[in-house]
Design a protein around this ligand. Structure first.
Ligand SMILES: [Zn+2]
Length: 256
């Protein structure tokens, strides 16, 4: 995925010389410019990811579901993945004015991907609820809450400003909330019994994760901050406009 040929073909295909390829090894990604969409799949990375998933027995279904996710991304991008609402750029300017553009960009990119996945996952659970559960049930298990807390405290020993550390924490909290909202929308009656159990596991580990975020937020960001975040309505995730507008307001009220 980091091969310069990937970047060049992406730029030529979508006719945009500013486009960049992902820096991390991803199995697949989707990009679009001016109503032309492109999905790139990297078999080597896909196989590496598959090898880590010892719980997956039907590899064909797993791969198909991954490609379906990329198709959903193209739908979610509505023809051009570079177009963003004003509130997105307002957030960008906020970090620029503080000379924190690089760290800010990382946070904004994270918020954007998480928001997009709310829309993509909502499409996926409609059509392939069983495949989605099988693939995503370990969402919160890549890292234990204790490990998260350890990493969080490590940041405080580094040169990263507190407002960035807290903004990352709030971003992670929003991500957990949005995945839990999606999980709640899965139509249980369509699930095989074994997948019902996996869905319960996803919700259970997600709630544990939220509790960890709650304790860190209440301690560092402010006592009422967590209830403010968790009281946000699910509908904020529906579009980038509503999402970034809410994020901007939230960042202002929490002094992030
Ligand atoms: Zn995705």
């Amino acid at each position: 995925v980091t091969d310069p040929k990937v970047r060049d073909s992406l730029r030529n295909l979508l006719n945009d010389q500013n486009l960049d390829n992902p820096k991390d090894p991803v199995p697949a990604f989707a990009q679009s410019r001016k109503n032309i969409g492109c999905i790139m799949v990297f078999m080597k990375h896909l196989q590496e990811f598959t090898r880590k998933r010892t719980d997956i027995t039907d590899i064909g279904a797993y791969h198909k579901n991954w490609i379906f996710e990329e198709l959903c991304h193209l739908v979610e991008q509505k023809g051009d993945s570079s177009i963003q609402p004003d509130s997105y750029w307002a957030l960008w300017k906020l970090y620029k004015s503080r000379n924190l553009l690089q760290l800010g960009n990382e946070i904004i990119a994270r918020l954007d991907t998480d928001r997009n996945h709310y829309e993509v996952y909502s499409m996926m659970i409609e059509v392939y609820p069983n495949d989605w559960v099988k693939r995503c049930w370990r969402y919160f298990m890549e890292e234990t809450p204790e490990h998260y807390e350890h990493k969080y405290h490590q940041q405080q020993k580094s040169k990263v400003p507190d407002i960035v550390i807290y903004a990352r924490l709030v971003t992670d909290t929003l991500r957990a909330l949005n995945v839990l909202y999606v999980a709640k929308k899965v139509q249980r009656e369509k699930l095989l019994d074994e997948n019902k159990e996996l869905l319960d596991k996803l919700v259970e580990t997600g709630k544990l994760r939220l509790e960890k975020y709650r304790s860190l937020i209440e301690k560092d960001v402010g006592f009422s901050a967590f209830s403010l975040i968790s009281s946000l309505d699910e509908s904020i995730f529906k579009t980038s406009e509503s999402f970034f507008k809410t994020v901007l307001d939230l960042w202002k009220s929490l002094y992030l």
